[in-house]
Design a binder for this molecule. Structure first.
Ligand code: SAM
Ligand code: SF4
Length: 330
């Protein structure tokens, strides 16, 4: 079992299949993109599968493919298919920006990738193009429609919280009710590689605003390890809302996550650069139990929590970490 020195049990692995992306979200990466990894610096399909196999043998029960944008990774379906073949019962999940999702939906249903999180930070086509710098709004909406209509998936729509988009909250609630999806708002986290525009908004401000739009009820019976769940009764319809506040209400004490980056580095925390390199030993012929030993050693060194402070008021975020979310794997 993957216990750290604070008795946290790690059963959830987020795998960044690529650092590349077909969008350039302002809060996630600089306009020219990050310096992409070279082909030989990225794990090959079979290397991803082998590492996932080792993590699962150590106690991981949930694997989420993310990125960068996982659907631009050549071999995405092959990696998913082989993982599913090895682990018929594994909870396989996907986080995507949704731009290419429609063409993958049938395969994802066949491979029982049940939980799909689609990122959408605004319901305005114009703002979408401004935030992501690409005009792909209609494709994402079409993908949400198709995925939520298929009965094969549990679809969540994830929006990063910004002061500038708070005026869309009512539209978001109506959208979630109409499409029958769970909506989750995530506090923006600070990374050095992202641009400064679109400003931090705390979840406390969001909750206050939600209460003004309908009867708001806290429903902690359906909380997840990161999301505080609410329902809002709006025009006779119940809308489920998740609030993910990594900055103002840290959830480090219940963190069950590990991350594998596309360059073969594992991280025990988004904000901790340490972790361990798995690519070099893997390519030098390390056996499974040696790799498992390296993983375990990194987990035992996991820190109690991050020390980034974001204030709920105008001040925004104080400390910054290196890299971008797109490279680490959000
Ligand atoms: N490209 C995919 C997508 O956008 O869903 C997967 C990778 S992306 C890094 C995963 C999630 O991280 C997205 O929901 C994105 O909005 C979120 N994200 C990126 N940068 C962030 C930041 N600075 N703070 C909070 N969330 C962020
Ligand atoms: Fe790409 Fe996702 Fe980052 Fe946007 S948030 S740039 S879609 S990795």
């Amino acid at each position: 079992m993957l216990h750290d020195s604070y008795s946290r049990k790690h059963s959830y692995l987020r795998v960044s299949l690529t650092d590349k992306c077909n969008l350039r979200c302002r809060y996630c990466m600089p306009p020219g993109g990050i310096d992409w990894l070279r082909h030989d610096q990225v794990l090959r399909n079979e290397e991803f599968v082998r590492l996932v196999r080792i993590f699962v043998s150590m106690g991981v029960t949930k694997v989420r493919f993310t990125g960068g944008e996982p659907l631009v990774r050549k071999g995405f379906i092959e990696i998913t298919r082989e993982t599913r073949r090895l682990f018929p019962e594994l909870n396989l999940c996907l986080t995507t920006n949704g731009v290419l999702l429609e063409r993958f939906l049938d395969d994802l249903a066949d491979l029982r990738v049940r939980n799909i999180n689609i990122s959408l930070d605004t319901l305005s086509r114009k703002r979408y193009a401004d935030i992501t710098t690409i005009d792909a709004f209609d494709r994402v909406i079409a993908a949400i429609d198709d995925a939520s209509g298929m009965n094969s998936f549990s679809v969540k729509v994830n929006a990063v919280l910004f002061k500038e988009t708070l005026d869309e909250l009512g539209d978001f609630l109506d959208f979630a009710a109409e499409k029958n999806v769970i909506l989750r708002f995530i506090e923006r986290m600070p990374f050095t590689d992202s641009r400064g525009d679109y400003s931090f908004l705390s979840s406390d401000v969001l909750i206050e605003a939600l209460a003004g739009l309908g009867e708001l009820r806290r429903d902690n019976s359906i909380d997840t390890s990161v999301a505080m769940m609410y329902t809002v009764l709006r025009q006779g319809r119940e809308v489920k809302i998740g609030v993910i506040p990594p900055m103002t209400h840290k959830f480090c004490s219940s963190c069950n996550r590990l991350r594998l980056m596309s360059n073969g580095r594992m991280r025990t925390c988004l904000y901790d650069d340490e972790g361990a390199d798995l690519m070099e030993p893997l390519r030098s012929g390390a056996a499974d139990d040696e790799l498992a030993g390296i993983i375990m050693k990194a987990i035992r060194k996991k820190k109690e929590g991050h020390s980034i402070e974001c204030r709920s008021d105008e001040g925004g975020c104080q400390a910054l970490s290196a890299h971008s979310m797109s490279r680490i794997g959000g």
